[in-house]
Design a protein around this ligand. Structure first.
Ligand code: SAM
Length: 245
């Protein structure tokens, strides 16, 4: 199975994993904080690339962005996103498309790409993804991209982290990370281990003039994840947010 097609199989199980993984909750807080800094989104067009089942597209719509378009290479993820939209409409349109070959769908004020760029197998594909998204942004538009961090924490089978590393396969332009979502049963998936500098370089080569990282935000402690848990998480967050203008 190609890396592109893997989410056709993962489908619903990914949606369930997201609800129970601490890093996903932290990601939402980080993204929301960055979206607030983008100003009032009401009535402004927003694009969510690699939308999966539509979590972030719905978050954009919840902040009043309109229209909101979600795109994903997986027909199954788009089917799930459309089914949720049908049950609980937010006015979001979903399309199946490869981010590296994304046509111009509009001039968006904001684009989000959460765990997209780590699926680029080569630098050329990564650059093409950034360039296609940039072509979809208004001149003052912003891309918010969540990417996985690298580090020894990947070796830990940490339930709240949602996933664990099975095998790191060297070769190609970046090692292939064979991972497993810690769902029941576990679900395998794979992505490429790029470094922060690789993402920055691709963004700059695609024409973004202002590229910077925002630190991870975490939610207030509760009975599920206490203050000590989040302090620990802040020392080795699973992901980073890249802001490109
Ligand atoms: C880990 S999921 C993230 C989904 C969603 N962004 C989120 O954060 O919940 C990765 C998604 O990227 C999609 N994807 C992978 N390669 C892609 C590509 N070349 N173009 C568009 N989507 C892609 C997958 O189909 C999958 O839905």
């Amino acid at each position: 199975m190609t890396e592109k097609a893997q989410y056709d199989v993962i489908g619903q199980r990914y949606a369930r994993m997201k609800e129970n993984a601490a890093f996903c909750v932290a990601d939402s807080h980080t993204l929301l904080d960055a979206l607030r800094a983008c100003g009032d989104l009401r009535g402004k067009p927003a694009l969510d690339v690699a939308c999966g089942h539509g979590d972030i597209a719905r978050l954009l719509a919840g902040r009043g962005a309109s229209p909101v378009i979600g795109v994903d290479v997986s027909a199954e993820m788009v089917r799930l996103a459309r089914a949720l939209e049908h049950r609980e409409p937010r006015g979001i349109r979903y399309l199946v498309a490869d981010a590296a070959e994304l046509p111009v769908l509009g001039r968006f004020a904001v684009a989000t790409a959460s765990y997209l760029f780590n699926y680029a197998p080569t630098r050329a594909v990564k650059r093409a993804m950034f360039a296609a998204i940039r072509a979809n942004l208004a001149p003052d538009g912003t891309l918010l991209a969540i990417v996985p961090n690298t580090g020894p924490f990947l070796e830990e089978a940490h339930g709240a982290a949602g996933a664990r590393l099975v095998e790191r396969v060297p070769g190609g332009e970046a090692p292939l990370m064979r991972m497993e979502f810690l769902s029941d049963p576990p679900v395998p998936f794979a992505y490429y281990e790029w470094q922060r500098a690789d993402y920055e370089q691709a963004a700059r080569e695609a024409g973004f003039g202002n590229v910077r990282w925002q630190s991870t935000r975490t939610p207030p402690p509760d009975e599920r994840w206490n203050a000590a848990f989040w302090e620990d998480y802040q020392r080795a967050p699973r992901s980073s947010l890249l802001i490109c203008r």
